[in-house]
Design a protein around this ligand. Sequence first.
Ligand SMILES: Nc1nc2c(c(=O)[nH]1)N[C@H]1C(S)=C(S)[C@@H](COP(=O)(O)OP(=O)(O)OC[C@H]3O[C@@H](n4cnc5c(=O)[nH]c(N)nc54)[C@H](O)[C@@H]3O)O[C@H]1N2
Ligand SMILES: Nc1nc2c(c(=O)[nH]1)N[C@H]1C(S)=C(S)[C@@H](COP(=O)(O)OP(=O)(O)OC[C@H]3O[C@@H](n4cnc5c(=O)[nH]c(N)nc54)[C@H](O)[C@@H]3O)O[C@H]1N2
Ligand code: SF4
Ligand SMILES: [Mo]
Length: 710
Amino acid sequence: MQKPVAFQKNHTFKPVNVATHCPYCAFQCGIHLKGSREQAKVAGNATFPVNQGGLCIKGWTAPATLSHPDRLLTPLARQASGAFLPITWDEALSRIVQAFQEEQRRYGPHAVGIFGGGSLTNEKAYLLGKFARVALGTEHIDYNGRFCMSSAAAASIRAFGIDRGLPFPIEDVAHAEVILLIGSNIAETMPPMMQYIDQQQNRGGRLITVDPRTSTTARASALHLRLMPGTDAALANGLLHILIRDGLIDQNYIRTRTDDFDQIKAVAATYWPERVERITGVPEKQLVQAARMLGSARSAMILTARGVEQQSQGVNNTLAYINVALALGLMGRPYSGYGCLTGQGNGQGGREHGQKADQLPGYRKIDDPIAREHISQVWGIQESDLPGPGKSAYEMLTSIGQDNGIRSLLVMGSNIAVSVPDALHIEEKLKQLDFLVVADFFLSETAKLADIVLPVTQWAEEEGTMTNLEGRVILRKRAFDPPPGVRTEIDVLCELAWRMGKGQYFSFTDARQVFDELRQASAGGTADYSGITYERIEEQQGVFWPCPSEDHPGTPRLFQETFPTPTGRARFTVVKHAAPAEEPDADYPLYLTTGRVLTHYQSGSQTRRVGRLHDMMEEPFVEIHPSTARHYRLANGDLVKLSTRRGSIVLKVKVTRSIREDTIFVPFHWGGHLSVNRLTNPALDPTSRMPEFKICAVRIEPVEHAMEEN
Ligand SMILES: Nc1nc2c(c(=O)[nH]1)N[C@H]1C(S)=C(S)[C@@H](COP(=O)(O)OP(=O)(O)OC[C@H]3O[C@@H](n4cnc5c(=O)[nH]c(N)nc54)[C@H](O)[C@@H]3O)O[C@H]1N2
Ligand SMILES: Nc1nc2c(c(=O)[nH]1)N[C@H]1C(S)=C(S)[C@@H](COP(=O)(O)OP(=O)(O)OC[C@H]3O[C@@H](n4cnc5c(=O)[nH]c(N)nc54)[C@H](O)[C@@H]3O)O[C@H]1N2
Ligand code: SF4
Ligand SMILES: [Mo]
């Protein structure tokens, strides 16, 4: 049997006008892409129901990455000197196969690890999971969604038996009477969502935000609860306390549709408002105001994002807010419910089809015998050959250099050198690897550490599905031919598998064929895609999962009648406030929190290369409150050294009243000596294994003082 040849077209100059999607965040705005790859133009697609024509500056400027001069156009091999030399695909792939096979022969199958990402299409994420389990036979595959979605995912599974970011279409947001938005700055992270908030407010609805910063989004809210970082569980319990005290909960819903309310009622009783004010810093009056708004509304939504989830108690924090949503009887009611705002372009689909250490396609558990049997049959392998669960993302990386740790790594779709917590430590670990392979279209900070770099196609040069924040499966289309020299990841993974002697399981020539197998593999699972086809997606502007057959309409709204839990009812969970893993003390007296700005995306590997975005923001900064700045004798534009127990960086000061006096904020889109992740704390949530990106203790020193002391 021979590897089938992927179809490669070779005409580049035909001008196009293709309806597709932005390459970046989970909003997956519909766009029209026009022109040629070298001179492509983007326009918002007004007929796509999610963004309705709206885009943010990252979407408008996205084509700049396609024909960028930094684009990788040939595989590279790092020399002993550290310099990269171009090599042929044949040589690159044979060196990878040789290195992985040698490693596995000497140290066993689990010596090779795989690190994926939420920017990969469903087809690529699925194939990567299959590649790990079938071609390599390793249990170690995980992805950057651990840093993003895992806490909300774990909380939703516990409470509702299913994890889909939003259980309703985004347009419902415009109709909710009250929205409680927690730890999310959508005005910068999903700007087109603000049109729904505007519509909601124009109809008389109200937005309540919960954020230690008066972010752009908080400024647009009717009520902003500016809590102390790390105190969300106390705040949520405080809301519940007032709702119960004032008779604002939905007794009938609690009785018929939930379990375990009595347990949390006893705990909520101990979160009286004065106590919650002491813990959170949120005035009792505001807390009562928020509870009354929520409790008296006919429709209400509670939405969380990374501010509350990226904590060592992220799962509990989320569960505490879910308790409030359940007590109010919101799930399944019109224009109401709890939802998590997924982050990456395919943050949702990326966590459904098997690139997570404990998971198989269709959102199945890898330790579930029925799931293992089903997937083994679809893949045509023995169930006993299917590996078990591996280590979570951060734990896989820290296992490098340890007994039974991974020794080689393939990274596809993540720039871990910038985006992991305690980044200097992980950079050292990556350098200890016997062999590192990175597939990317730019020489990212992580690719610079690789032994072999593989140049791959970008969003507009390949086909595939993505699942947006609503659980709507959409189609990303191929608008342009890729530049000569680059390959699709589907081609690369299949070719590697063929060279490893596992070709019979990887006879795919394009994304559609992979999707057809994914449909079969997901059939009967929680995230059932079996009724979804590329044609249906095009006709219906996307299809919501679960969609178990071709005549099934898809499921825009969940939980209307029941929950997919053993009892059919949702579960309350007892949550108590506990301090973050690291708290300010005499040596490190302030909180450091991290997050995003409008102009840049994630590790910045893409957006820092887009001229207009770079010009808008060239470097990171640290937000400091005016009184704190005065105390340290700092003014706008001064350099300040930030130190935590893990490292130091020097940044420019931005004095602003939008931050609390006890907290500073730094965006994480830069690498090297500008990387705030050199400072962050890798304390993990015990359930989701999500790191505490949002809180650690920090010291600040004006740079002259710091130098004198050194
Ligand atoms: N411009 C831009 N947009 C993006 C991205 C990007 O990189 N850039 N990335 C995408 C991805 S992958 C993601 S995950 C989303 C993330 O989207 P968001 O969650 O909206 O973004 P963040 O800025 O990480 O965090 C949101 C807020 O959490 C607040 N916060 C910090 N600590 C706490 C706390 O203890 N409690 C509470 N309640 N809030 C706290 C911060 O002050 C911040 O304003 O954005 C997506 N969209
Ligand atoms: N301090 C701090 N750190 C954080 C966060 C935070 O709030 N604070 N947020 C965390 C979150 S929510 C996230 S999602 C992570 C994200 O962090 P990363 O995982 O580093 O995300 P990206 O920057 O999107 O990395 C994607 C890399 O893959 C490349 N790429 C994009 N698409 C593809 C593709 O289809 N194939 C291949 N092979 N490569 C591709 C890009 O060029 C880029 O180099 O960061 C986390 N780190
Ligand atoms: S980055 Fe997100 S909000 Fe901005 S255009 Fe792209 S998909 Fe839309
Ligand atoms: Mo994310």
